[in-house]
Design a binder for this molecule. Structure first.
Ligand SMILES: Cc1cc2nc3c(=O)[nH]c(=O)nc-3n(C[C@H](O)[C@H](O)[C@H](O)COP(=O)(O)OP(=O)(O)OC[C@H]3O[C@@H](n4cnc5c(N)ncnc54)[C@H](O)[C@@H]3O)c2cc1C
Length: 406
């Protein structure tokens, strides 16, 4: 979505294809209601992402639809927003640019000739349609376009992939009372509950937080492990399992945590949250060492200071923090696939090792990658240049003019 805005603002003619009925992916459809990654974690948070992603925050602020939540559970200051308002902000910012928008449409097939995408087949209520463009941006999270175009990609075995989560929202929570059970105590209560044998809670360190609405909280507790979300049958079973676990966590909260006695379920995410599937093999692969050593690159297009937060199978989550000055660069070359000339990736399908992905996949960084990919696509389409031949200095200059922090 940010890629489409960035490309359209550079004068490109853009068609934005979205399989859901709203924009935002995980940030809306999966119920994630907090942007992490704008700020570094730690005692003195610094804002390290600007540009279009920050413009989105400003629009939410103007609508009174977000607030900053200080460093909780180690991820750094978050910007918690009203998901429905974010859908409206995304729609208005896209449509203002003149870009065309197509909901409920799957990009399902890609025709490539001589390392160049010739056309993409779309499936929707109108049947199958082919579209053709000068440049393509793969922001599908799962690298769908890249994989179908023949780009090399990596994907761990399903047992190793980060787990999936159905996020749920509860109303009628006595938040003041609920906050008296601190996170550590909540974790202990989950462990105790599992030990009784009366509950089955696959994750014991999940959390909940307040939303912009009184008495309504968002919970990130469910853990569905061992699922490859690019396998349609496995994804379907994960949705079923996620909703089942949601009921179990609500039972646990109502029966064990003060303030939740009268809680009622408002919604589960319309799409289960997927953290990790395919990652393209790009011109450069971002590694966990690059992340932890706070490495900088000459072709940096954004910063990230978010810790490695790996939701592996099992009851806990692995955390590791960026050292040095606390931020590393996301290199442009991690967005450029090794094969295929007119394709660029953005978001969690970038070229990164699993450990690096567990840091760089935060919302602010995914949106910042989108801005870089969109500007790059507009330049390449206009000048009929390949992404890997782009003048990086020029891209960086445009991004800086647009308020991006490099
Ligand atoms: C449970 C969970 C909790 C998280 N919590 C946080 C958090 O608190 N803060 C934070 O900053 N980050 C969080 N993250 C991480 C972050 O939300 C994601 O990593 C990030 O949003 C990924 O963005 P993306 O745009 O790359 O991919 P996605 O958000 O997955 O978006 C991909 C988009 O492409 C569409 N699409 C996919 N395939 C196709 C296709 N073939 N054709 C057409 N459209 C397609 C999808 O519908 C979707 O809109 C969380 C992630 C999960 C799963």
């Amino acid at each position: 979505m940010v890629a489409a805005v960035a490309a359209a603002r550079q004068g490109a003619q853009v068609l934005l294809i979205e399989s859901q009925g709203c924009l935002g992916g995980s940030r809306t459809a999966a119920g994630v209601d907090t942007f992490y990654g704008f700020y570094t974690p730690g005692e003195l948070p610094r804002r390290i992402v600007g540009g279009i992603p920050w413009e989105i925050v400003e629009r939410l602020q103007a609508a009174g639809a977000c607030f900053e939540r200080p460093n909780t559970y180690g991820a750094g200051t978050g910007v918690t927003y009203d998901v429905e308002q974010l859908k409206l902000v995304y729609e208005s910012i896209v449509l203002e640019t003149g870009a065309s928008l197509l909901f409920h449409t799957f990009a399902c097939q890609v025709h490539t000739e001589s390392e160049t995408i010739e056309r993409v087949v779309l499936a929707n209520k109108g049947g199958l349609t082919e579209v053709s463009a000068q440049c393509y941006i793969d922001a599908t999270g799962d690298a769908d376009i890249s994989a179908r175009a023949g780009v090399a990609f990596e994907k761990r075995d399903s047992e190793q992939l980060q787990s999936l989560t159905t996020i749920f929202f509860l109303a009628n929570v006595d938040v003041a009372k609920a906050k008296q059970t601190k996170h550590d105590r909540l974790v202990d209560k989950m462990k105790e509950a599992n030990r009784t044998g009366n509950y089955h809670l696959p994750r014991e360190d999940g959390s909940w937080h307040v939303t912009p609405h009184p008495g309504i909280i968002q919970a990130n507790m469910v853990r569905v492990s061992g699922v490859d979300a690019t396998d349609p049958f496995a994804l379907t079973l994960a949705e079923v399992e996620g909703r089942k676990q949601t009921q179990e966590y609500i039972r646990f909260l109502r029966e064990n945590v003060e303030g939740f006695e009268q809680a009622c379920l408002i919604s589960t995410s319309q799409h289960i949250g997927v953290r990790e599937t395919r990652r393209i093999v790009g011109e450069v692969v971002l590694t966990e060492d690059d992340v932890l050593q706070a490495r900088k690159f000459p072709d940096g297009i954004a910063y990230c200071g978010a810790p490695v937060e790996e939701h592996h199978a099992g009851k806990e989550t692995r955390w590791a923090y960026v050292q040095g000055d606390g931020v590393y660069h996301i290199p442009y070359r991690t967005l450029v696939p090794k094969q295929v000339n007119n394709l660029i990736a953005a978001g969690r399908c970038l070229s990164a090792t699993p450990g690096a992905l567990a840091s760089v996949r935060n919302s602010a960084q995914c949106m910042a990658m989108g801005q870089a990919a969109g500007v790059a696509a507009a330049i390449c389409a206009n000048e009929k240049t390949m992404f890997r031949e782009l003048d990086i200095g020029r891209l960086q200059a445009i991004l800086t003019e647009q308020g991006a922090i490099l």
